[in-house]
Design a protein around this ligand. Structure first.
Ligand code: PEP
Ligand code: MN
Length: 348
């Protein structure tokens, strides 16, 4: 049975009492391997609580002594990194707002040189994998840093989203393909932004074979000075962790393989048919482009597109497909269709 890495602790260390009691209770669950607390908080608004600073490191030293568990804090610049090392912090994490900034990542890497500290790199706030990869490379090329883990905390969405930060799971598959040896931790707290969906996202991470979870916990979540909506008590965390089912990465059993193979060959056939059909559809889009060119009519025909979307969406229930899924497929088809007409009409 897989033993996931569980990192938990308050979003922010607020007072000595809150930090120590929360962390003690988390240690008592015997499910948490690493205790976290933010002491320098990168807040969007300057009016928000920006952390207790170095004082929090003194509290965390006590926490480490009492619980025997390793400690993690966020560092956003060289000064933070030096201070964290001087208080014996075991893990530092680079937050989403810092991963986007190569200057900060570089100065943190230089400050951590030769230290043997373990570094967690959160995904950047925007869905730009090259920034994440740049940060990984800057840290990985630093002498003395051998242990790098990645933390998936979701990405800023533009417009309405049910999440505080949309997960965009497919980007994580991409990054794991590129760095298969690096552990991937999911941070459901910052993806969800509330308590209600923590289980769903945690279970999805377990189903996708993540190596662990980072979940914020506070002794009295509603009174938290930062991220109050998404924190849960240590007892709630204990129950949440008990209810998550971790899966095996593989099963070599031939019955398992045999039971899948029948469905997999059917899926392979459907995928081939789907793409044959899409190819035919794009050829038709090109024909339409030629006619529009002759008649000098614009590519985008709002009413026609509206009709297509409405017609397919009205069949969503019968097809047992969600409206969001249908819309995302249609958007991809429409964009490609526009590209193909553009090529024909503008001789690109
Ligand atoms: C945090 O973990 O408290 C935090 C600030 O996270 P992020 O960088 O993911 O916003
Ligand atoms: Mn937080």
């Amino acid at each position: 049975m897989k033993r996931p890495i569980i990192i938990s602790g308050p979003c922010s260390a607020e007072t000595e009492e809150q930090t120590i009691i929360t962390c003690k209770k988390l240690a008592e669950t015997q499910k948490v391997n690493i205790l976290r607390a933010g002491i320098w908080k990168p807040r969007t608004s300057p009016e928000s609580f920006e952390g207790v600073g170095e004082l929090g490191l003194i509290w965390l030293e006590t926490v480490k002594r009492i619980t025997g568990l390793p400690i993690a804090v966020e560092v956003a610049n060289a000064e933070h990194a030096h201070k964290a090392l001087s208080y014996g912090v075991d893990y530092v994490w680079i937050g989403a707002r810092t991963t986007v900034n190569p200057f900060n990542v570089k100065e943190i890497a230089t400050a951590l040189k030769g230290s043997q500290v373990k570094v967690l790199i959160k995904n950047p706030i925007n869905p730009d994998l090259s920034l994440w990869i740049g940060a990984i490379e800057r840290i990985a090329h630093t002498r003395g840093i051998e242990n790098i883990w990645l933390v998936h905390r979701g990405f800023s969405a533009c417009g309405y989203s049910e999440y505080r930060n949309v997960p965009l799971w497919h980007l994580i598959f991409d990054i794991r393909r590129q760095f298969p040896e690096i552990k991937m931790i999911c941070d459901p707290s910052h993806i969800c932004g509330n308590r209600e969906r923590l289980f769903k996202i945690s279970q999805t991470a377990a189903d996708l074979n993540y190596d662990g979870l980072m979940i914020e916990s506070h002794i009295c979540p509603d009174a938290a000075w930062s991220d109050a909506n998404q924190q849960i008590t240590p007892d709630e965390l204990h129950r949440l962790l008990d209810s998550i089912k971790w899966r095996d990465a593989k099963n070599e059993n031939s019955i398992f393989e045999y039971s899948l193979s029948k469905f997999r060959s059917e899926i392979d056939q459907i995928d081939s048919d789907l793409f044959e059909l899409l190819s035919r559809r794009m050829k038709l889009a090109e024909e339409i482009g030629r006619i529009k060119l002759t008649c000098n009519v614009s590519i985008y025909q709002e009413q026609r597109w509206k009709n297509i979307v409405e017609r397919i969406i009205s069949r969503a229930k019968r097809l047992n497909l969600s409206e969001a899924f249908i819309r995302s497929i249609l958007d991809a088809v429409h964009s490609e269709s526009i590209n193909r007409q553009n090529e024909v009409m503008n001789n690109i």
